[in-house]
Design a protein around this ligand. Structure first.
Ligand code: HPA
Length: 257
């Protein structure tokens, strides 16, 4: 049985302890070999992928996004829930809040963005994140009483440095709510692979200059670990509720590209 669902774990979400009987699979793709944990969750096969590799060793601008998504596609995955630590530009989105982002702004610079270098493919990005996955996440967050937001605009920076306060002011003028370093091109490649994709953005901190506090990676990791239990409850409730066989427009994203 192929794993129909996958979780991509970002900063602070490293273990597939969500699942029973997880085994590591080495998946070969044209972009490299990816280690994916495949396990069982309530009679379902689910895949788990560490975005930053074992021991959080790969920085955001060096993540092999194409290999990661190609590996999940090769395993037969039809829907991905991706966790992402973010800074908040929106005072209503406080640390510990979950944001089911619906739009992105792309400020990355050096990352391969497509599987199609030899063919002209212009993908529609009207709804980059799967509306059905977002709907279920929002429903489950409400049922669990978690602080959450049903939509938001994610700005992806190149990193690995944090932003300047001037950049954050600019992004705020552009309509961004949260900032992270890994959401793009992951969401774009998932769409090219015709896999439903939703990001669970977890606010770890206020972005630079929103409060006087300085930012540090260990603090982001510690904050994310603090929100881990809520995140796990949200992910398990969502995985349980999702219909793996469901047909979705995301599965036909290339039809008009
Ligand atoms: N900026 C960029 N990425 C992040 C942040 C931030 O403030 N917090 C967590 N990931």
């Amino acid at each position: 049985m192929a794993p129909g669902l996958a979780v991509i774990g970002g900063t602070g979400v490293y273990d597939p302890a969500l699942f029973e009987e997880a085994t590591a699979r080495e998946v070969s793709t044209p972009y490299g070999v990816v280690t994916v944990q495949v396990g069982r969750f309530r009679h379902r096969k689910v895949a788990f992928l560490n975005r930053h590799g074992a021991g959080h060793a790969v920085p955001p601008h060096r993540v092999n996004y194409r290999a990661n998504i190609a590996a999940l596609k090769a395993l037969g995955v039809r829907a991905i829930l991706a966790t992402a630590a973010v800074g908040s530009l929106n005072v209503n989105m406080a640390p510990g809040h979950f944001v089911f982002v619906d739009q992105f702004l792309d400020f990355t610079r050096s990352r391969p963005q497509t599987f199609y270098d030899d063919r002209v493919v212009h993908l529609d990005m009207s709804e980059p994140y799967c509306p059905e996955l977002r709907r279920v996440l929002w429903e489950k967050a409400q049922e669990l009483g978690l602080p959450a937001h049903p939509r938001g605009t994610y700005v992806c920076t190149e990193g690995p440095r944090f932003e300047t306060p001037a950049e954050i002011r600019m992004f705020r003028h552009m309509g961004a709510d949260v900032v992270g370093m890994t959401g793009v091109p992951e969401v774009v490649l998932a769409r090219e692979a015709e896999i439903c994709y939703a990001a669970i953005a977890v606010v770890a901190n206020y972005a630079a200059g929103v409060t006087p506090a300085r930012l540090s990676h260990p603090e982001v990791v510690a904050a994310m670990e603090g929100y881990g239990a809520d995140l796990r409850r949200l992910i398990t409730a969502t995985l349980e509720a999702l219909d793996v066989e469901r047909e979705c427009a995301c599965h036909r994203a290339l039809a008009e590209a």
